[in-house]
Structures are given as structure tokens and as C-alpha cells.
Design a protein around this ligand. Structure first.
Ligand code: SAH
Length: 349
């Protein structure tokens, strides 16, 4: 039978306090319950050991506790672990745990599927089904943290919103989840260790800049030439590069946080000298650093990474103009866990 009780995790701290007040109980109980839910991540009212039996019964009578759960795990040879996460409605997203000697990064999804149609990204094959709720985003991080402790004996150190979906198309829930993750009642993560990666939606970049958020911003640029960008990221015809640049300048003025430009170099798409020059000019206009991403091939996609010589030419030109650039090896390729390879293969099969 379906459980129609309200999910207690949809209540704010104040609402929880008010619930107890309206039952003639000290509102402080609400604060305690909030901590159990968001700091300790318990799954059952009986685990709330500082609540009396009658208070626990009262909660059970009125609410349910909903959680996401791990559906499947895949281990890569490089120690990356990919998780399929089942949601309340049995849809699924993927989260990835990426360990290095210095840090453990959790790569988190923000939507089920994606409405953008980037021609190089596996997630584009899936239709956007829905946005993730605040708790579904929070829970992925919570689970990744537990898994990190279990597998690597260390908590996660960094969070990147580079999983499935476009976080700025679900910015309300993403921002609220980040608030919870960074708050003292939550995981107490430092916002400086959280990076939100976006395909670049100027209006929303301005909006989050106004909220003076403290996390880092990464933008998937992939081309600094409008026509070329539209070919690989067709939605970019609605968001022109000069508007994007303006919004990034605005972001920097408000947050003083340097933007990371994510960029993949593909054969026949952005492998010319003019492409390199355009990127250098773009980066000169905004405090930024460039993260050249290795292209992770997706089955049946007819697009491939440019030669190392061309990538080196990019690195040389950027370095010559004093623009910081990194080119990192991808992790988890053997289990389709690398950037742009998340497509719920297991679930859809
Ligand atoms: N929608 C957001 C976040 C998800 S994609 C965004 O566009 O930024 C996270 C990163 O993976 C982006 O930089 C994206 O361009 C990159 N990416 C997508 N497909 C990829 C692939 N096949 N190989 C390498 N990186 C890819």
C-alpha cells in the first residue's frame, strides 16, 4: 500500500519546531529532530534516541522518512566508484566517487536526464525527466561521504556538480541543498570545496552572483566562437557568448571568485589557430583559469578528441598569455563514470 504520510524531510527547521509546539511540546525537540535528519542522516524514527517513545510515535503517526538508496556500484581500476542511485519514484541518477592521494571528490547529479543537447555528452541521450529535490541532492552527498569513509577511510573533501543534468536549470534546489551541506546542522562542508559546473546560463549566473554564494563556478565553454559553440551545444543559440561573458564578469565582481573554463578540444571542431586565439581572448577578459578536459568517448558518438599536438598548442598559447591551464587525465573511463559518460546504462538496459 502506498504511504501517503508527509515526508518529514520536506519540513524546514522552523516547521518542525512549530509541529512540536502545536502538540504542546517544546520546540527544541524540532531542533533535535532536524539534526537527526540532516546531520546524522538517520532512516528511522527509532534511531532518534534523545526523543521519548511517545514523541517518536507522534512523528511516526504523522510522517514518513524518505531516502534515496544505492542501487548498484561499479569499481574502476583507478579506484573511482560509480553509484546508481534509486530515487523515491524509482527513477535513477548516477553519482561518482573519485579518490586521489590529496582529495576525495564526489560528483553529484542535479537532474534526472538533461534538457540540454550537447552533442558530446552521454546524458543528452536521456530526456530530462525531472529536477532532483533538495533532499535527493543532499542524500547523494551524504551517501558518497559514507561510502568514502567505508572504502577509503576518509570523508569526501570536495563536491562537484558535474554529474547528470544542468544545475542552473534546477538552481533553487541546488542552492538550498548546498546551504544544507554547508550549514552547521548539516555536513559542515566548506563552500570553497564545492564547484558548480554549468553550460552557462547568463541570467541565472547573475542571479546566483546576487545571492553572494561562496562556492566555485565552472563553465563548460568548449568554444569561444559563437557558431562553433552552437554546433556542439545547440541550446547556446539562446545564450550568446557576449552575454555569457558579461554574466561571468558580474559573477566575479560580486563573488571575487575566479571562474574555471572547462574546455575539450575535438578534431575538426575547435582545433584551429582561430579557436585557440578566441579562447585566449575570452579568458583575457575575465579572471579565469582553464581546465582542458580529456574527451571521454561515448558509444556511437562520431566525435573524437584532437591530437596531443593541438592540445599542447592550446596549453602553450594560454600559458604565454599568463592564463593558468590544466589538462587532467579522466578517471573512471573503464566503467563509464567519467565526465559526460553518465547515462544510467544499467538502469535502462
Ligand atoms: N550541465 C553541466 C554539468 C554536467 S556536465 C555542464 O554542462 O557543465 C559536466 C562536465 O562534463 C562539463 O564540463 C561537460 O562539458 C563535460 N562533458 C560532457 N560530456 C563529456 C565527455 N564525453 N567527455 C568529457 N567531458 C564531458
Amino acid at each position: 500500500m502506498k504511504n501517503f504520510k508527509k515526508d518529514i524531510r520536506s519540513l524546514s527547521k522552523l516547521e518542525l519546531q512549530n509541529f512540536f509546539l502545536s502538540n504542546q511540546i517544546s520546540p527544541y525537540k524540532g531542533t533535535q529532530v532536524y539534526k537527526w535528519l540532516w546531520e546524522k542522516g538517520i532512516h528511522d524514527f527509532d534511531e532518534m534516541t534523545n526523543l521519548s517513545l511517545s514523541h517518536r510515535l507522534l512523528l511516526r503517526k504523522n510522517f514518513q522518512i524518505r531516502y534515496v538508496r544505492i542501487n548498484n556500484k561499479q569499481y574502476s581500476n583507478d579506484k573511482t566508484i560509480k553509484y546508481s542511485i534509486a530515487l523515491h519514484d524509482n527513477l535513477a541518477v548516477e553519482s561518482v566517487l573519485i579518490p586521489t592521494s590529496k582529495r576525495i571528490t564526489a560528483c553529484i547529479s542535479s537532474q534526472v536526464g538533461c534538457s540540454l543537447d550537447c552533442v558530446f555528452c552521454a546524458t543528452s541521450i536521456l530526456k530530462r525527466m525531472r529536477n532532483l529535490n533538495i533532499d535527493e541532492i543532499f542524500d547523494q552527498v551524504f551517501l558518497m561521504n559514507q561510502e568514502s569513509l567505508l572504502n577509503f577511510k576518509r570523508p569526501i573533501s570536495n563536491i562537484v556538480f558535474m554529474g547528470m543534468g544542468e544545475p542552473l536549470m534546477n538552481y533553487n534546489n541546488v542552492l538550498k541543498a548546498i546551504q544544507k551541506l554547508t550549514s552547521n546542522d548539516g555536513l559542515r562542508m566548506s563552500p570553497r570545496r564545492i564547484t558548480l559546473s554549468t553550460s552557462g546560463i547568463p541570467k541565472i549566473i547573475r542571479k546566483i552572483a546576487d545571492e553572494k554564494v561562496k562556492f566555485k563556478l565552472a563553465v563548460s565553454l568548449h568554444s569561444a566562437i559563437q557558431n562553433a559553440r552552437e554546433k556542439i551545444m545547440p541550446f547556446a543559440n539562446k545564450f550568446k557568448l557576449d552575454e555569457l561573458l558579461d554574466s561571468l564578469l558580474y559573477w566575479y565582481t560580486k563573488t571575487k571568485s575566479v571562474v574555471t573554463i572547462e574546455y575539450i578540444v575535438w578534431e575538426g571542431i575547435n582545433d584551429k589557430v582561430t579557436d585557440i586565439k578566441a579562447l585566449v581572448e575570452f579568458c583575457k577578459k575575465i579572471p579565469s583559469k582553464v581546465n582542458l578536459i580529456q574527451y571521454n568517448p561515448v558509444d556511437n558518438f562520431k566525435i573524437s578528441e584532437a591530437s596531443q599536438d593541438i592540445i599542447n598548442a592550446y596549453i602553450k598559447a594560454l600559458t604565454f598569455s599568463n592564463i593558468k591551464v590544466t589538462y587532467r587525465k579522466s578517471r573512471g573511463k573503464d566503467i563509464d563514470a567519467a565526465c559526460g559518460q553518465l547515462a544510467n546504462k544499467l538502469i535502462s538496459n
